[in-house]
Write a protein that binds this ligand. Structure first.
Ligand code: ZN
Length: 346
């Protein structure tokens, strides 16, 4: 018997005349099993181009343009946007205006503006700026953690506890997300064990994270690994599991998002025009492109509330601001198919 996929397998027989016959069988038990996993009816996209995307782009985007970007993303239906990060401006000049950009985002009714914070100092600035959410990244790869954050994963967990204490003392409602990155491997260490990822996810929850998420920081994930790890992560964190973050470094991001969707993930980070890249892989694409993911979800009848044509117009605008920089994604080349030409699945 040769198993060909989940539900179909073949057997072979050879009769008395030595004729070989192939028989196709359907495993109806497994087919039924598959149907117990319908896709979620809605999903949320969190735009991270202004942070994860821009942080890898040398062209400085002005505060005015960043605010216009947010306005247009909001008009296209996005209600969650990561607007920047509170890292030292010397390290990342592109993020130096995060406080102003956050203040602008907070003027838009119902917009949940989030920021990345590397430590307690960043958290204090996020609390000061009244961010809806602050995301503390933790790298499950010990080597990547030391190289990027100059801390071990355990030291980041300890920082999470300090950040939680500061948030509680501040009286602010800012949510704290612990994002476990390099969850599927890393460019320095190579393999990252799922058991380590899950242990650190639990440690972040125990240290006071309101929510946790998983990130394939360097594009090592594949749909099978995504199904397995996200299922475990969601079992562990329950409704405190909040988001999937995929990079398209090796063209797997949409397939990975679909695999995560199938196990019940309903929030995805995405970056307009797939900007971002990876400092360790020159020319590599960045996050899954917002407009492509919005299109895939819409085509699969998963409601996102997004106006895909408005996202494509914003993409064209961003392309002008980022002249000369590599942009990614596929939808913009051919546009929407006719059947979805008026896609606006509010
Ligand atoms: Zn990322």
């Amino acid at each position: 018997m040769v198993p060909n996929c989940h539900f179909i397998f073949f057997t072979e027989t050879i009769d008395s005349k030595n004729t070989r016959k192939t028989h196709l069988h359907l495993d109806t038990h497994r087919m039924d099993y598959a149907h117990t996993f319908p896709l979620p009816s809605t999903a949320i996209l969190r735009e991270v181009g202004l942070r994860d995307g821009l942080q890898n782009i040398p062209v400085l985007v002005s505060t005015t343009h960043k605010c216009q970007w947010i306005d247009q993303a909001y008009a296209a239906g996005l209600r969650e946007i990561e607007v920047g990060s509170f890292v030292p401006p010397k390290l990342l000049p592109q993020m130096a205006d995060t406080a102003e950009v956050l203040a602008h985002a907070n003027t838009l009714a119902g917009l949940k503006a989030s920021v990345l914070i590397p430590n307690l100092k960043g958290a204090e600035r996020a609390l000061e700026g009244n961010a809806h959410l602050m995301l503390l990244p933790l790298s499950a790869s010990h080597a990547h953690s030391l190289a990027n954050l100059r801390k071990t994963p355990e030291e980041v967990v300890a920082e999470m506890a300090r950040i939680r204490a500061a948030r509680d003392a501040s009286g602010r409602k800012t949510l704290i997300e612990g994002g476990v990155g390099t969850a599927f491997g890393c460019t320095i260490q190579g393999e990252v064990k799922p058991a380590d990822v899950l242990r650190l996810l639990q440690a972040l929850l125990d240290a006071g994270a309101d929510r946790v998420s998983l990130a394939d920081t360097v594009g090592y994930a594949n749909p099978r690994a995504v199904s397995e790890l996200f299922e475990q992560a969601m079992k562990l964190a329950g409704d405190r599991f909040c988001c999937a973050h995929f990079h398209d470094t090796r063209g797997m991001a949409l397939a990975n998002a679909y695999a995560a969707l199938q196990v019940g993930v309903t929030r995805f980070d995405a970056s307009l025009a797939g900007i971002g890249g990876c400092p360790h892989a020159p020319g590599a694409s960045g996050n899954v492109a917002t407009e492509d993911l919005a299109y895939m979800l819409s085509a699969c009848r998963v409601v996102t509330g997004l106006d895909i044509n408005a996202l494509l117009r914003l993409r064209a605008q961003v392309a002008q601001w980022l002249q000369g920089q590599p942009l990614h994604g596929a939808l913009w080349r051919a546009g929407l198919p006719k059947a979805l030409g008026h896609a606006h699945d509010r």
